[in-house]
Each structure stands twice: as C-alpha cells, then as structure tokens.
Design a protein around this ligand. Structure first.
Ligand code: AMP
Length: 423
C-alpha cells in the first residue's frame, strides 16, 4: 500500500530515497545548475525533520565502464557531496560503492544522511549489458541480457536491504523501469511513497490529462513530427485547440501542398501529418498552424530575413520563427483557454533573432496564468526557453522531467509512478 510522506512515521527509520541528482558539471567538476538538487530538498529535509535517516541514491550521466570498481571519476557523485550537505544543512556521508554501503547505512542515526555513489556504475541499475563485443552474435547478446537481468535481482535486493522505507522523488527518471526507480518498490509493499517533487509533477500531469478545464489548448512545437507523433495523437483525444508550431509545422504545410523552401521537414511523416489533420476534423479539434513565417537565407542568427506566406516560402529560404500574424492568432486562442499545455519552442529560440515567437508564447502563457488559466510547460526545450526567458515563475508549473513528461503526455504509464501506486 502506498504511503504519504506527510503522514508516514519516519522516526527511527532509514529511508532510501531515489532522487535525480544528474546535475551538469563543468571541467572542474563544479555544479553549473543545481536546480535538480534544490527541487529534492523539501522531501529530504522533511524526512530528516521527522526523525528519519537518509540513504540518498541517484545516477549521474551515462557511465559506460563495464567494471563498477573502475567507474569513470567524471561521473562520480562525490563531486556533489559538499553541495548536498550545504543544501540539507547536515553533513552528508558518502559511500564510494553503492553495493558496499552496508556498514555506513547501518551506522546512520536519525537526522543523518548518506549519499551512495552513482548507481549507473553498475549495469544492473539499468538492466542493460555492458562491454559486449561489437560483433557479438544475437545469441551472445541474448545471453548477456539474461545475465544482467539475473544479477539485477541481487542488486535491487541489496539496495533495499539498507532501508525500512522507499521514497521516489526522481521524476526525471520516472519513465525508466530501472532498479532504483521501479524494481526496488516491491521490497517495500507497505512502506513506499512519492516525494514532494514527484507529487507535484503527477498533480500537474493530472491537471491537464484528466481534470482539464475547457477550453483546453496544447501548443506543440519543436523540431520534428517524428519525436512528437505520440503526443499529437494523444492530445487529439483531450484538447479543444491544437497549435502546431516550430520546425515540425513545415511537414504539415508541405503535406497539404504548400511550398516550404529549405525549411526543416520530414517527408516520410507527411502521411501521418495528414492523418492527424483528418482525425482532428473528425474529433472537432481546432488545429492552428502558422499562416506566415520569419524566413532566413541561412541557418544563422545574422542571416537575412523576411516574413513570407507559410505556403510560399521561396527556395533558398527556410522558416525559422513564428510570424506576428501567426502569433496573433495563437494569442487569441491562448487567452480564451482555461488549460494550456506547452511542449516545444515555436522557432529556433537558441538564436536571439529567432527567439521572438517563443518569447511571445511564454508571455501569452504568463498572461493567461494571471487571468486564471492553468498552464503547464513540459517535456522538451520549451522548459529551457521559459527558464532562460525568466517566465518560470509566471506559469502554473514547469516540469523538471524532459523525457518523463513527454512520455506522460503521450499517455504512457510511467514505471516509476506505477511501482509506487500499484498494490
Ligand atoms: P524539441 O526538443 O523537439 O522540443 O525541439 C527543440 C528544437 O527545435 C530547438 O532546438 C529549436 O531550435 C528547434 N526548432 C524550432 N523551430 C525550428 C525551425 N523552424 N527550424 C529548425 N529548428 C527549429
């Protein structure tokens, strides 16, 4: 049975907590953005304040070494111990091998904390074989997979043996069925729960997918239709308005016979784009594509630009940002919506000259929020855009999980969430 962090009695107990401390480090191993650590602090502090002891576990990067004892120091969590101590206000101990932390875990007293070394030093965390020869046969690959799956059972059991309860606060990895994100939960059938960050993310997902106030509008941008196909299809069952912007919009325009010059597009996705438009019509969903675009003669910030009809982009020119006319249409839709989900920028926002459209959408969302709409930004570069542009605290919720949020809005069940919720 699932517990709740507010009501669970942590006193004298050891809690093993999966967090997402996969923070960016510079070449001196200094943290360049500690958002992920700060977002987990309320959960960790709560457990400490309730008399619990913490065994904190996370991954960092993608270490590939087949031998966990020789784990690449580049991916060591030892680099962040001091900062985590500072954030928690207690000295955090460090176990340099997550499988050899028995004594350290046992010695923990209430209010103390221990951080385990990068779980992904062990292939068992992800359950995928490492060190396979490139020319491995199908049979060898199959055998290696079976072997790691087998040893994964011991790995999970060992991690679970350190603690009395399990808390998952790692939304960023909730879409992975890994040892520490999903499999470990079964060792704590009556002592498992979400942390506050997970809870907030799940609530945000529910607010848009299951309890949306209408009109509900999804703004889907970004580069490719192929990476957002499942999101688009799921949205057709939920929304009243679907705004399609950014690079992916040109595939829709070309599929309908428009001339898109050198704009980004995927020919092989054109049938899917037409299918989405057809389905939208059948379901009464209002699809709004760009009407005009800011086109550039090169994929560079200082390229020459002109605003052109979206269906008549000259050869040698490519669509780079949403035009004022498209943005005006979209603002009307956004301002008359009660729920808005935004995934993906509507232009090449990394280049300042082509960030205006994305900035305007961020402004529209902020205005809609101020007017009482529920606005969620999640799953892709739109999160980076709103953060960079200073709008993160002007919308209802900004998700911390790129891939996890994307899968959630595709309508998939996330293994990290299911493992806590199911009996
Ligand atoms: P995604 O990760 O799918 O949200 O895609 C984000 C990327 O889409 C960003 O790097 C943007 O620069 C890119 N993008 C948005 N609009 C365009 C466009 N018109 N042409 C090329 N790339 C674009």
């Amino acid at each position: 049975m699932q517990q709740h962090i507010d009501t669970y009695d942590f006193s004298g107990k050891k809690a093993i907590v999966r967090v997402d401390f996969n923070v960016p480090l510079n070449e001196n191993f200094e943290i360049t953005d500690d958002t992920r650590i700060r977002r987990a602090v309320p959960t960790l502090k709560k457990i400490l304040s309730k008399g619990g002891a913490l065994i904190i576990m996370s991954h960092l990067g993608r270490p590939k070494n087949a031998d966990p004892k020789k784990g690449d120091p580049k991916f060591s969590l030892k680099h962040i111990v001091d900062h985590v101590s500072e954030c928690l206000g207690v000295p955090v101990k460090f176990a340099s091998d997550c499988m050899e932390a028995d004594q350290a875990a046992k010695a923990l007293k209430p209010g103390e904390a221990l951080l385990l070394e990068n779980l992904r030093y062990y292939a068992e965390e992800e359950g995928k074989p490492r060190g396979l020869a490139e020319d491995a046969t199908e049979e060898e690959t199959k055998a290696a997979k079976a072997k790691v799956k087998e040893s994964q059972k011991e790995f999970v059991k060992h991690l679970a043996s350190y603690a009395d309860c399990y808390v998952n606060d790692a939304f960023g990895t909730a879409h992975r069925a890994h040892a520490s994100t999903a499999l470990i939960a079964k060792y704590f059938p009556n002592d498992k729960m979400f942390g506050y960050l997970m809870e907030a993310e799940i609530k945000a997902i529910n607010n848009v997918l299951n309890n949306a106030q209408h009109p509900f509008t999804a703004i889907i941008g970004g580069s490719k239709v192929s990476s957002k196909l499942a999101v688009l299809k799921n949205m057709l069952n939920k929304v009243d308005n679907l705004i399609i912007g950014g690079g992916m919009g040109y595939t829709f325009i070309k599929a309908q016979g428009g001339h898109i010059g050198n704009s980004l597009h995927e020919d092989e996705l054109m049938p899917d784009a037409l299918e989405i438009l057809k389905e939208a019509k059948e379901k009464g969903v209002n699809v709004s594509l760009s009407v005009a675009t800011v086109a550039a003669d090169r994929f560079e910030n200082d390229a020459d630009t002109k605003v052109v009809d979206i269906k008549e982009i000259p050869d040698g020119w490519e669509g780079m940002d949403a035009s004022p006319a498209s943005l005006e249409n979209w603002r009307k839709i956004i301002m008359s919506s009660k729920t808005i989900l935004w995934n993906g920028p509507v232009g090449v926002f990394e280049m300042p000259n082509f960030a205006k459209g994305t900035l305007q959408i961020a402004q529209d969302l902020a205005d809609a929020t101020a007017q009482g709409a529920y606005t969620l930004v999640g799953g892709g570069d739109s999160v980076a855009a709103v953060t960079k542009m200073g709008f993160a605290d002007k919308v209802s919720y900004v998700s911390t999980g790129g891939g996890a949020m994307l899968e959630a809005i595709e309508g998939k069940v996330l293994p990290g969430i299911a493992a806590i919720e199911e009996d």
